[in-house]
Design a protein around this ligand. Structure first.
Ligand SMILES: [Zn+2]
Length: 406
């Protein structure tokens, strides 16, 4: 790394084996931290405003010195975040969470772990840290960037993804299988992290999370960039087909009929967004074409675009597809595809309709990339259900504090 960080000499080089809980804390001064927090803000905005890395409110970043971890607070968006968008956590108290024993019951466990996470905030801190904070704490590197890029998720949502991961990244990265989000995910990451350290004698700088995303850790923003671009380059070398985002013309009268049908089904106050490109039209062609999108890839997709999409055989079939969806799921679809016409998102605000469509397009991209990694690997129904229930809790939290998730 050429851009020498002011205190880079005082810490071990990345991957040299210093554990997250090894000594040497407390030497950082306030001035140095504020410079590095400014670097964190710039790094976060750069990744947060690039749709190849982050969509909607997704992803999170952090910087740590010896005693404190600053992590994106719930309710902040990476693309526009300022230093006030980060939540300060006491690292010793964060580490102490691993000495605790939590109840087996999922709701009780998550509530207790969240309470301890809130309790680990630095004195005077009032913002709410994301549950993914626990993962940031394990990595000894100063900067951590966690994102959900579609290219990477082509691998993490591919049936052969773990095998290709082993070939391309096995010596330097960890693979985290799909488990319940929250505390269990953090615990699984911790086990994978410790196993890597025992095997390699150093900390990993990279983590691939099945059906979820990527985490990159580095001592400087430049190091994060160089690791990230090497991940992209290596994955790109294995990709045989890329998403085709070019917009396609569709029959205007039929599209108008589809929109009228959706407007009357959704009722007053609905906002819609439409998109047709070659990939969407291929997915919407028939049940076989639709199979790669037939279930959810990642928690992010469920949160922003729904756990399932409705498929109609054409404009005249939209009402049938809508009501089948409603009966199956107890609520209306958020994405409707129609053969020859593309996809429409339906939400209660314009911003939500745009986010739902963006995440749907991401699911399409993930499905296309996954073709190069053994074909689509969806989340199992039990996990989808867990996320849907969990999301209810998150939604409550969101509305109570006016945040937009983590
Ligand atoms: Zn995530």
């Amino acid at each position: 790394m050429s851009a020498a960080a002011p205190d880079s000499g005082s810490r071990d080089a990345p991957g040299s084996g210093r554990g997250a809980d090894a000594g040497g804390r407390g030497a950082d001064t306030g001035g140095r931290s504020s410079e590095r927090l400014a670097e964190l803000v710039a790094l976060s905005r750069r990744y947060g405003s690039d749709p190849a890395w982050v969509l909607a409110g997704g992803g999170n970043t952090s910087y740590k010195n010896e005693s404190t971890l600053w992590v994106k607070a719930s309710g902040s968006s990476l693309g526009t975040i300022g230093v006030e968008g980060f939540c300060a956590i006491d690292r010793a108290r964060l580490d102490a969470i691993w000495d605790r024993k939590y109840p087996d019951n999922a709701d009780e466990r998550e509530a207790a772990a969240l309470a301890d996470l809130m309790g680990a905030r630095a004195p005077g801190e009032t913002k709410r840290p994301s549950v993914e904070t626990l993962m940031h704490g394990f990595f000894p590197q100063a900067f951590v960037v966690h994102t959900h890029p579609s290219l990477v998720n082509g691998l993490t949502c591919g049936r052969g993804g773990e095998e290709v991961f082993g070939e391309l990244f096995g010596d330097e990265a960890i693979w985290v299988p799909l488990v319940d989000p929250g505390y269990i995910l953090a615990k699984t990451v911790r086990q994978a992290f410790e196993a890597f350290r025992a095997r390699q004698g150093r900390s990993p700088a990279l983590m691939f999370m099945q059906n979820h995303g990527l985490l990159v850790a580095g001592e400087t923003p430049e190091e994060i960039d160089s690791i990230s671009s090497s991940v992209v380059a290596r994955l790109a070398s294995r990709v045989s087909r890329r998403p085709d985002r070019r917009s396609e013309a569709v029959d205007a009268a039929s599209l108008a009929e589809m929109m009228r049908s959706i407007a009357s089904l959704a009722g007053p106050g609905a906002f819609v967004a439409h998109r047709a490109d070659a990939d969407i039209l291929a997915f919407a062609r028939d049940a076989a074409g639709f199979a790669p999108l037939a279930s959810a890839f990642s928690p992010d997709h469920i949160v922003y675009a729904g756990h399932e999409f409705a498929l109609a055989e054409g404009a005249e079939d939209v009402a049938r597809a809508w009501s089948d969806y409603f009966v199956r799921n107890g609520g209306p679809p958020r994405i409707v595809l129609a053969r020859g016409l593309g996809a429409v998102s339906v939400e209660r605000t314009q911003a939500a309709a745009a986010s739902a469509l963006a995440l749907f397009l991401d699911a399409c991209a993930v499905a296309v990339y996954a073709e190069s990694f053994g074909g689509a690997l969806h989340m199992p129904p039990k996990m989808v259900q867990f996320i849907r229930n969990w999301e209810v809790e998150r939604y409550r939290a969101k509305t109570s504090i006016g945040s937009t998730g983590g």
